[in-house]
Design a protein around this ligand. Structure first.
Ligand code: NZQ
Ligand code: ZN
Length: 382
């Protein structure tokens, strides 16, 4: 274990916290409020933001889509540049927050913002951002990552930089009341896989990271089991805080990380618009079975400490089945067949996308080569 760690995002957690943004941004600053397709206009969040910003000068940009596209976001980049915006407030789920991170970084660059995703431009500064979270899932509200899609080429690529990490994040669990079931379930699954990507690698004896990861996994398992009680303040608050902690950097600090499920999953979203969380449930069980020998120690630890399974030589296999059962209990599929042509073509399309992005050695040991990915897809795609 060797690391430098900071999470600089100020968290305002709890009911009624949206009003706190009035003091989080100086009133002399010109603000751009960025949001999505309009859910915040229906559930009262937009009105709360308007009230909180009544002493600020602000403009808005709406229409950021799920899996935000460069094509849409570039219009917001132009607003930030033309109107000399000092501060961006992202109001939404991971897509709006990620999209705002792109806008914040691209606005400080004279070239094409896509250069950031391709590694052709190294970020040095960004317009400061604050986030008002409306969908607990990605952890984007207090991390430095973002995933952006280019519609034109059907590419979905990530970038990370400390300059785009939100200065503050408002997490009011009441905003979840208007979430469609599908999105609530997506949040549970995405947060679960985030913990798994940082945990199901090799045993490390990093007691804090492993122990906390197991706590977060047990929380998500309980929340899934109590899904019928979801219309409840405590349930909502626990999901919101657990999903945040799953990807705020802490449990991954100083330990190996995998992220292969995410990188392969992103291609399902780019090609067939599969919801992010659902793409992960399609890939992960097959990936774990493919990589079972290198991950056996950690799968056994997870089986014992998270699922409370009995010891035995097939404990790792039973742990993967338990993960799959968790998804099925939420009515989330672990196989994919919704492609347009035939199975070999579908797999070839994913493989060629991964190759073109250089994702040819994934996983904590770089052991998931293109050949391994093909094997994984042979069982994940039906
Ligand atoms: O656009 P609106 O109208 O707001 O509707 C959204 C959207 O249609 C709706 N929604 C959000 N809050 C709502 C609500 N509807 C009613 N009530 C509310 N309170 O939900 C839909 C989905 O929203 P989206 O932001 O796309 O979902 P999510 O938070 O799951 O974000 C997914 C995106 O985040 C990326 C994914 O790749 C995907 O693009 N990720 C970002 C990560 C990060 N920054 O660290 C890590 C993740 O692994 C992930 O890759
Ligand atoms: Zn994710």
């Amino acid at each position: 274990m060797q690391f430098t760690y900071v999470n600089p995002t100020v968290i305002h957690f709890g009911q009624g916290q949206i009003q706190s943004i009035s003091n989080s941004v100086e009133s002399s600053q010109k603000v751009l409020v960025i949001y999505g397709g309009g859910s915040i206009k229906k559930n009262g969040v937009y009105d709360q933001v308007t009230e909180a910003l009544k002493n600020h000068s602000w403009v808005e940009f709406s229409g950021v889509e799920a899996n935000p596209t460069k094509e849409t976001l570039d219009k917001a980049v132009a607003i930030v540049k033309e109107q000399a915006i000092d501060f961006i407030i992202a109001v939404g789920g991971g897509s709006v927050i990620d999209g705002s991170k792109y806008v914040a970084a691209a606005a400080k660059y004279d070239g094409d913002g896509w250069d950031i995703l391709q590694g052709k431009h190294q970020i040095t500064e960004a317009t400061p951002i604050g986030a008002i979270l409306t969908l607990p899932a990605t952890g984007s509200e207090s991390n430095m990552g973002a995933v952006i899609t280019r519609k034109e080429t059907q590419e979905k690529l990530p970038f990370m930089h400390p300059a785009v990490q939100p200065k503050f994040a408002v997490m009011d669990p009441d905003v979840m009341k208007s979430l469609p079931e599908r999105q609530l379930v997506n949040g549970l699954v995405d947060a679960w896989v985030h913990v798994c990507e940082q945990y199901i690698t090799m045993p490390t004896n990093a007691m804090v990271q492993e122990g906390y990861a197991e706590t977060l996994l047990k929380n998500l398992l309980v929340l899934g089991k109590q899904y019928d009680e979801r219309d409840n303040d405590e349930w909502r608050a626990n999901l919101m805080w657990t999903a945040n902690q799953a990807l705020n950097g802490l449990i991954g600090t100083g330990v190996p990380q995998d992220w292969a499920t995410h990188m392969i999953g992103h291609e399902f979203t780019a090609l067939w618009h599969v919801d992010h969380a659902r793409s992960l449930a399609i890939v992960q069980p097959s990936l774990l079975r493919n990589q079972i020998e290198v991950k056996r120690g950690k799968l056994e630890q997870m089986g014992k400490n998270v699922f409370c399974l009995e010891a035995g030589s097939d404990l790792a296999e039973r742990t993967i089945s338990a993960i799959e059962d968790f998804y099925h209990s939420l009515d989330v599929a672990t196989e994919f067949s919704d492609y347009e042509a035939d199975k070999p073509t579908a797999i070839d399309r994913i493989i060629s996308q991964l190759e073109s992005h250089g994702f040819v050695q994934l996983g904590e040991n770089q052991a998931i080569t293109i050949e391994k990915t093909r094997e994984i897809l042979e069982s994940a795609v039906q």
